[in-house]
Design a protein around this ligand. Structure first.
Ligand code: PLP
Length: 481
């Protein structure tokens, strides 16, 4: 240990920096041979860690030793090729390297002046990406950490847009505000509305059709009823790629309703929004050009390390009106000629997130990203076909992208409760092998297994492996009776 008052000595940083890059390389090379889900119980990791921080500094190789002994075995491996749970997010090589450099700069991107390159790279990269996903020019992008936070800011802008001078007066003494989303919308919408004082009673869950898409006539009916009861409809959230099934709400129809009713339209495309870069997927994005705001997460299906979510809005001045306040110590000479990103949200401090996105976009190129998304969609459709061809399995929802919702349904089994138990057991048994990781949802009361293909390291052989393991496990459960 050095006796100086400064940072780790440069030589030591360099030595262990190289060692850890080797560590990362080996990890990514061999992650497929590790159990995707660790075989551990709650508390196991904590019990191996000391209860108190060390009094004196420890050598970095001892920290790396514990990384290998304690942290690695306690990790669920999102980078594993057989991670087919939730919505996958894989970190690519260029993304990891970009993250390293943003940690090294450690700029705080609150003002243009505090981080000019970060501010301008963010604006440039988000303008590139806006073009790539075919959003019109008037949409301005801003980076937040997650889609939950992006959507909360969209709802805040919608609330600001509703009038009533809430910015000045707060929420008391105004009519009840109502927000609309489908029964299948992500609960981050509920959380955003909760944080903004809309209250659970102000959130209207619109029913969906047999393909889990919002029914526009039901939306119109609800708006009409609410208006008659003195409520003020202020925001509709449509989803492109819902979390359970990746269903796509009829955005074009919903946009017409919103235009007529003068209601803010927010589109949540956190997972599936990246596929707007594929001409063959354009059909799912009709009407988005009329939205007031649109959220997409490059950290989900575009190989950018967590976290990076983008909110695009055609009305940035309203978002800014909802949040901007400038303290004297943050005033700069350039305030009238630049965007100070702190003006567009709750947080003052912001990481240099655009750097890793820039690395990813440049390294793969548009064509490289399109090719990877297409391959995932091809694999998803292939898995869906295998399910359809199997007499004792069925799909529970359509497969517009690469998320397949399915369940086992043995011949002559009609008792839904028994089927639910069977499928739950099937999923848990498969996951307990540590070889693949899949998760579930409930659709119309049916326990439904979801298999998601969006991992950078997932190839056809992995999908085939998963399908064989699922079929073998199913047979084994049936044989055991
Ligand atoms: C994943 C997801 C979210 C939440 O994303 P975070 O970035 O984790 O907050 C919201 N909406 C949809 C449709 C999603 O798929």
């Amino acid at each position: 240990m050095s006796k100086s008052y400064g940072d780790m000595p440069a030589e030591e940083f360099k030595k262990y920096g190289h060692e850890l890059i080797d560590w990362v390389t080996n990890y990514l090379e061999s992650v497929g041979s590790l159990p995707v889900l660790p075989n551990i119980n709650p508390g196991d990791v904590k019990s191996k860690l000391p209860a108190h921080a060390p009094q004196s500094g420890e050598p970095i190789n001892k920290i790396i030793e514990d990384l290998n002994k304690i942290i690695l075995p306690g990790t669920t491996h999102w980078q594993h090729p057989n991670f087919m749970a939730y919505f996958n997010s894989t970190a690519s090589g260029p993304g990891i390297l970009g993250e390293l450099i943003s940690a090294a700069f450690n700029v705080n991107s609150m003002l243009w002046k505090s981080a000019p390159a970060s501010t301008e790279l963010e604006e440039t990269v988000l303008s590139w990406f806006r073009e790539i996903i075919n959003l019109p020019k008037e949409f301005l992008g801003i980076i937040y950490d997650t889609a939950s936070v992006s959507s909360m800011h969209a709802i805040a802008a919608a609330r600001e847009n509703a009038g009533f001078d809430i910015r000045k007066n707060g929420m008391s003494g105004i009519p009840k505000l109502c927000l609309y989303c489908s029964e299948q919308a992500h609960n981050s919408i509920d959380k955003g509305a909760l944080a903004l004082g809309i209250g659970l009673d102000g959130i209207r869950k619109i029913p969906v059709d047999s393909e889990f898409k919002m029914i526009t006539s039901e939306l119109e009916k609800a708006i009409k009823e609410d208006r008659a009861n003195g409520c003020v409809p202020f925001c509709v959230v449509a989803t492109i790629g819902t979390t359970s099934t990746t269903s796509v709400d009829p955005v074009e129809e919903i946009a017409k309703t919103c235009a007529r009713e003068k209601i803010w339209l927010h589109v949540d495309a956190a997972h599936a929004g990246v596929t707007a870069m594929l001409p063959e997927m354009k059909k799912h994005f009709k009407g988005v050009e009329q939205a007031d705001s649109f959220v997409v997460n490059p950290h989900k299906w575009l190989f950018v390390p967590v976290d990076l979510s983008i909110l695009y809005t055609r009305r940035p001045e309203i978002l800014k009106r909802a949040f901007s306040l400038t303290a004297e110590y943050l005033k700069t000479a350039e305030d009238t000629s630049v965007n100070n990103h702190m003006d567009y949200g709750i947080q003052l401090g912001r990481r240099f997130r655009s750097l890793k996105f820039w690395f990813v976009l440049r390294y793969f190129g548009i064509a490289g990203l399109q090719a990877r998304l297409r391959e995932h969609i091809r694999l998803g459709q292939l898995f869906a076909k295998w399910i359809d061809e199997h007499p004792q399995f069925e799909r529970v929802a359509p497969t517009p992208f690469s998320t397949v919702c399915f369940r086992a349904k043995p011949n002559k089994w009609n008792d839904e409760q028994k089927l639910n138990k069977l499928n739950e057991k099937l999923m848990n048994t498969v996951n307990s092998t540590g070889k693949i990781f899949i998760t579930h949802t409930k659709l119309n009361g049916k326990f439904t297994i979801r298999l998601v293909i969006s991992g950078l390291r997932t190839e056809e052989k992995h999908v085939e492996f998963a399908w064989n393991l699922i079929q073998d496990t199913f047979q084994q459960i049936l044989n055991e009776g």
